[in-house]
Write a protein that binds this ligand. Structure first.
Ligand SMILES: Nc1ncnc2c1ncn2[C@@H]1O[C@H](COP(=O)(O)OP(=O)(O)OP(=O)(O)O)[C@@H](O)[C@H]1O
Ligand SMILES: [Mg+2]
Length: 261
């Protein structure tokens, strides 16, 4: 299971005595195993939304549930994995030790789980690099190690905040395919923030386009492309149509923001 439900969630921050509405009445649903993408202008609240799902921040109002459970319960049950923009690996630990870290933190002695770090290293294509330190890996390899680490407690929902933003285009495309393969093997539900329209369409079943000030959902685009996905689909009318629709929505917002000023 890995059903994510966000119901009329708002978030107001107090910035030096000033109330800033970061998000207003966000509602979205992802079914078990679906891939969702979040796209929108800088500052529209994408990271804030992921943090609330991960129980790092509480919403000001509204509710979030993961398989019917509150995020705090989902976190206790290790149902949520989180991949940040930077790999955030501990530099003094090897790849294997970094991937094992969540297991050490929860300190559960489950023999089945003990095998997982090595299986995940294979899944993310880092076999042979178990003993390497993060500084001895490329950016893409570091991000793969971070993805493996996020999966080590077998979460049902994976949150990714611009995971490939720091990578060059070719590495990023390869990582997109890798992530889709990992998703197909683990059947995990995923919600990924990206600034790339093409990436959102290539990866997702459903794209949530956000508008800013306050952050709100401007459009939901269903991507009707078969899986497994391949780059050949990029010339498919379903692909180009979804790209156009997301782009138009983002452009319309920019135009409106310009009129506001
Ligand atoms: N901890 C915080 N305290 C106060 N305000 C915050 C905090 N975190 C985020 N904000 C505010 O909430 C808004 C949304 O920020 P957020 O980081 O979620 O945007 P984002 O969509 O992820 O942007 P980007 O695309 O640049 O990463 C911004 O106005 C920001 O100033
Ligand atoms: Mg962000």
């Amino acid at each position: 299971m890995g059903r994510l439900s966000i119901d009329r969630v708002s978030k107001v921050f107090d910035i030096d005595g000033r109330q800033v509405q970061a998000l207003k009445e966000i509602s979205l649903e992802l079914e078990d195993g679906q891939f969702g993408a979040l796209i929108g202008p800088s500052g529209c609240g994408k990271s804030t939304l992921l943090r609330m799902v991960a129980d790092i921040l509480p919403p000001t109002s509204g509710s979030i549930s993961i398989d019917g459970a509150h995020p705090s319960q989902a976190r206790k049950d290790h149902r949520i994995g989180f991949v940040f923009q930077d790999a955030t690996l501990l530099p003094w630990r090897t790849v294997l030790e970094n991937i094992r870290l969540p297991l050490e933190i929860v300190a559960e002695r489950d023999p089945d789980r003990e095998k997982l770090p090595r299986e995940l290293i294979e899944l993310v294509g880092l076999s042979g690099f178990e003993k390497a330190k993060p500084s001895q890996l490329s950016g893409g390899m570091q991000q793969r190690a971070a993805i493996a680490r996020s999966l080590v407690l077998s979460p049902r929902v994976l949150l990714l905040d611009e995971p490939f933003g720091a990578l060059d285009d070719i590495t990023r495309s390869r990582m997109n395919l890798e992530l889709l393969r990992i998703r197909a093997e683990t059947k995990i539900t995923a919600l990924m923030v990206t600034h790339s329209i093409q990436e959102a369409v290539f990866m997702a079943d459903r794209i949530f386009v956000l508008a800013a000030r306050p952050g709100r959902i401007a459009d939901v685009v269903e991507v009707g492309l078969d899986r497994p996905r391949s780059f050949a689909q990029m010339s498919d009318p379903a692909f180009t149509g979804a790209v156009d629709r997301v782009r138009q929505c983002l452009f319309d917002q920019q135009a409106m923001a310009a009129i506001d000023v």
